[in-house]
Design a protein around this ligand. Structure first.
Ligand code: SF4
Length: 236
């Protein structure tokens, strides 16, 4: 596992659990609004995984869960073994993923290594739009097919999950919300997250994009409710 950092305590990243968060390095997407640029591009020195496990041992009884996020954790080939070790220590696990590796997601679920999954829904399945939002330039159709597979796997998984979308002006409007709603129709939860023009975005030009005002995000949430059981607005 190539781990870029750990946040030792979080009350908001794992629903219902006191948790820590592990950030893995690398991602196959290049979303222009991504604020984890250094993790995605590998501009980090890395964290000693054994030291992390020693620390985690000392947290038994104090925290309940471990969130594995990125970057994109599913590109790490030893993710199953990493999660198995965490579960073996008695912690619950949450995976954050962009859904680009359905085979890995399926494997993790079959091995009963996940207690919660948060999966990104980036854009409708339109090659031009999907490419613009994810920065994927090659084999876009294949990538969309894989993401669609992951959506189906999650919808049928039987474990708690959420889909989530960072709603970015210039990339998403009502049409895109509807397009994404179609992809995840019938899901239990869709979180719409406000865009944050942070300092270190993958595309520096995104810094000048102003987030949607709360009123517009509310309208998008109303539209999203036509497709899924529950919608949450976050960071708005
Ligand atoms: S926001 Fe995009 S580029 Fe950043 S980690 Fe997620 S999928 Fe990768």
């Amino acid at each position: 596992m190539f781990v870029g950092g750990v946040i030792h305590f979080t009350l908001i990243d794992f629903p219902g659990r006191i948790a820590c968060t592990v950030f893995t390095v690398g991602c196959t997407f290049r979303c222009p609004f991504c604020y984890n640029k250094d993790l995605v591009l590998g501009n980090v020195s890395g964290t000693d995984v054994n030291a992390f496990f020693q620390w985690l041992e000392s947290r038994k009884g104090k925290i309940e869960g471990v969130v594995v996020t990125g970057g994109e954790p599913t590109i790490q080939k030893d993710l199953p073994a990493f999660l198995e070790r965490i579960k073996g220590m008695g912690f619950d696990t949450k995976l954050d993923t962009n859904g680009a590796d359905p085979a890995m997601l399926k494997k993790l679920l079959e091995l009963d290594l996940l207690d919660y999954v948060a999966m990104d829904v980036k854009a409708p399945f339109d090659a031009e739009k999907f490419s613009r939002v994810t920065g994927v330039k090659e084999r876009v159709e294949d990538v969309m097919k894989k993401v669609a597979e992951s959506v189906d796997i999650l919808l049928e998984s039987g474990i708690p999950y959420e889909f989530r979308t960072t709603v970015v002006p210039t990339l998403h409007g009502e049409e895109e919300i509807r397009g994404m709603g179609e992809i995840i129709r019938g899901a239990r939860l869709w979180a719409l997250q406000g865009f944050r023009p942070e300092q270190n975005l993958i595309d520096p030009k995104m810094k000048s994009v102003k987030p949607y005002p709360p009123k517009v995000m509310q309208r998008f949430a109303d539209i999203a409710r036509e497709y899924v059981a529950r919608v949450e607005l976050r960071g708005v």
